[in-house]
Design a protein around this ligand. Structure first.
Ligand code: SF4
Length: 325
């Protein structure tokens, strides 16, 4: 028996939307919509600097995901000021902002340096908290204890790039860590009382659609607060672009209709307690080696997914049989 509506027609996450949406999570907890403002604080990554590897993940080009106002030469404060100005034009209803340490691995530095950067963000008058993106192997007890203390003073979400639940894929995309290491990091962070979010990519080479669908069961059992999903985008200049040119049949490149139907099936199996932040990535077209789906923006995509859920009278967790997160 999966998740059901209650007597007043509300889903387990407390509203009539057919999935457990990220903006509603913040409204429930803090009474207003939160907007993330990206910051590039000039970190690097152990999969690039030689500690774990040198080439990085085969799909990686951080420039493709960094907004234009994000440049590590600018101070954290300047990036936040410019980011807020940018978002104010687009979203009038934003209540507060979270500084999103997004580029590369944002816990990959000594504690003193992390503290200096995070507090610069928190000292900004419009910032209510932090979202810290990092790799599973860039955490340890010292960093987690520090984040735990910080989380008593502000909203804090730790975002881990996991990408796939399969070691064969993680090896192939040169992530430099196994799925077990990712699960251990999620469990360790969660045992420190931190809110942990995880990021996954659908369409990585060598993975079948059935294998991707099975990830819903695996992810549903992890101690996560929220999840982000992206379709694979092949970015110009990456090693994956070369691989794709050599062997395109090894990639499950979704058409929009296929992706929509995949996401609906995936959502039906997903733990209804997990907050879903994204269903798609949105790299600017100039970075894409292969453009797909026309010019659909992420908010339009959410609208189309909700319309389909309505048409099929289905919802997140309808076919989920485990314990709600
Ligand atoms: S861990 Fe992140 S920053 Fe490092 S190479 Fe992979 S995708 Fe790029």
């Amino acid at each position: 028996m999966g998740a059901e509506k209650d007597i007043s027609g509300l889903f387990p996450w407390g509203n009539e939307r057919r999935f457990n949406a990220f903006p509603d999570y913040f409204r429930r907890l803090y009474g207003s919509r939160m907007q993330k403002v990206s910051v590039d604080a000039g970190f690097t990554c152990p999969n690039r600097d030689g500690t774990k590897g040198t080439g990085g993940c085969t799909y990686c080009n951080n420039k493709a995901f960094n907004p234009s106002y994000c440049l590590p030469e600018k101070s954290v404060t300047t990036q936040i000021d410019e980011g807020i100005k940018f978002h104010k034009k687009r979203y009038r209803k934003v209540g507060s902002y979270l500084a999103y340490f997004q580029a590369y691995s944002n816990t990959y530095a000594p504690i003193d340096r992390l503290s200096e950067l995070y507090y610069e963000a928190l000292n900004h008058k419009d910032i209510r908290g932090l979202v810290i993106g990092t790799r599973p192997d860039c955490l340890n007890d010292e960093i987690l204890d520090f984040l735990k203390e910080l989380s008593k003073r502000c909203i804090l979400l730790l975002e881990l790039g996991i990408e796939s639940c399969y070691d064969k894929t993680l090896l192939r995309i040169n992530r430099g860590h196994s799925f077990k290491e990712a699960v251990d990091a999620i469990e360790l962070a969660s045992s420190h009382g931190l809110n942990v979010s995880a990021h996954f990519i659908f369409g990585l080479p060598g993975e079948t659609r059935e294998e991707m669908l099975r990830e819903a069961d695996i992810i549903s059992g992890l101690p996560l607060i929220s999840v982000k999903f992206h379709q694979l985008q092949i970015i110009k200049g990456t090693r994956m672009e070369e691989e794709f040119k050599r062997n395109p049949s090894d990639f499950e490149i979704f058409s929009w209709d296929d992706y929509l139907s995949f996401i609906i099936s995936f959502l039906e199996k997903l733990n209804p307690g997990l907050v879903v932040e994204r269903f798609t990535g949105e790299a600017p077209p100039r970075f894409l080696a292969r453009e797909v789906w026309g010019k659909k923006r992420s908010d339009q995509i959410i609208g189309l997914i909700e319309k389909k859920l309505e048409e099929l009278d289905t919802w997140q967790g309808k076919r989920y049989n485990g314990v709600m997160a």
